[in-house]
Design a protein around this ligand. Sequence first.
Ligand SMILES: *Cc1c(COP(=O)(O)O)cnc(C)c1O
Length: 395
Amino acid sequence: MMRQTGHHFLQIPGPSSVPGRILRAISAQTIDHRGPDFAKVGMQALTGLKTIFKTEQNVFIYPSSGTGAWEAALVNTLSPGDRVLMFETGHFATLWKKIAEQLKLKAEFIESDWRGGADPDQIEAYLAEDTAHEIKAVCVVHNETSTGSVSPIAAIRKAIDNAGHPALLMVDTISGLASLDYNHDEWGVDVTVSGSQKGLMLPPGLSFNAVSEKAMAANKTAGLQRSYWDWADMVGPNKTGYFPYTPSTNLLYGLNEAIEMLHEEGLENVFSRHQRHGRAARAAVRGWGLEVLCSKQGQESGVLTAVLMPEGHSADQFRATTLKHFNMSLGNGLSKVADQVFRIGHLGDFNDLMLVATLAGVEMGLKQAGVPHRDGGVSAAMELLGVDRTSVAAE
Ligand SMILES: *Cc1c(COP(=O)(O)O)cnc(C)c1O
């Protein structure tokens, strides 16, 4: 392979590229995780994360990928044979359901076409049927990374309450946290699941559970087998900044740096930047005459944009072209939409010029791969970014 010059454009919707400040923080020497200096690192991470989840309740940190925190949410709160309601927003919702089934839960899907977020009305209607309250949890994916659709979590909370149903609300915001507005306490979420390698700008390897008092109470009677994931073992050591087993010390250095960076920018600014980049990316897609996979207005993601390929053209061949010619990785279509969709990540440590370069890579790639499209997608995005910039400056 010939050496590629310049930096690689990692435009998949996670892992996102890690800023230098975080890489340098991670490179500090590993210390004794039971020694006196560690407490400060651990406390800073545990209290800092609460400001990101917007919670005053418990947040637990695992040295695992996001999948581990999915499992943790279920095994800490549920018992074998419990019914669990899930919503088929896309590939990640489907994977979470598979885990629930492997854990011997009765997972039930509200099916969907992968073109929007979870529907609160359908959830309310489903729960209203369950007069015996056999359903113990409602699990939804906030930002469905396989489709670029966002579920309205506050409205789903309301739907559960409207149905007068006591089920726990569990939310996967692995790819939404620190990119999209999220409020664990205000939205009444019982377990929020997240991970390090997306909006938090860290490498893969940390995952999180933010946990309500109601979910902590469920932990006491939950009958599913657990050991490594048990919240009960975390609570004691966490009080003073320690963990029951060896934490990922260096990733915690990085996490503390990431939280500081997010607050330097201001969370509201982080969220509006992602929204703005989402709007610009969609303007580009429309400019090319292509179709955004998310078809529900107002539910399009600011984290990524999934694009439908024209009939008879391979998304994977197109992605191979952008990698070969422009040193850029785009996200692939997953399971049901494999080879029909490519995904543009615009999350994390990202700015206008990086977005324009990314979209230029897509536009040049479409040409190079012989995919029918119109010119002018990049111009449309630039125009939108420029107008936006003017209105931001005028405020
Ligand atoms: C990335 C992602 C996951 C999986 O996380 P891993 O770290 O790969 O285990 C789950 N859900 C969503 C929505 C994701 O974006």
